[in-house]
Design a protein around this ligand. Sequence first.
Ligand code: FEO
Length: 171
Amino acid sequence: MNDTVLAALNDQINMEMYAFTTYLSMAAYFEAEALTGFSAWMRHHAEEEMVHAMKIYDFVHHRRGRVTLKALAAPTTTWSSPLAVFEDALHHEQNVTASINALLDLATKEHDHATASFLQWFVDEQVEEEEVVDTALQKLRRVKDFAPGLYMLDRELGEGSGGAEEEAEAE
Ligand code: FEO
């Protein structure tokens, strides 16, 4: 594999694993706040990030590349409100999208067509990733601190937090 592309793919694995810890930390925050629906939603989202990391991990090995894992930065552990959590999550997704786009640009520049083709899945996935976080964020903005609204949204997100079935559909 092209060394520059390989290094960038390894960085992306690190970023996806950091996303896993970030969303799991958000899930733990919601758990502590007794918002179990939000927590289940975030936990499911965290698990998807590990799937993303492992997709790249497997791809690198399929190409006879070497995966090198690095230390993960510590995630944020507390937020001022559920709204702040989702604002942070959307910002994080936008950073991931920018990183995937830069990686695709690099693969194209290096004429690495296999990596460019592989990354197309992530380009499409990021559209969905940003959309689901943004949809929850917009609902939270409407609810603000209105407790009954927050309770209903907690139930709604808990019911739609996915699981094995939804995951299988996404594959
Ligand atoms: Fe793997 Fe949510 O980006």
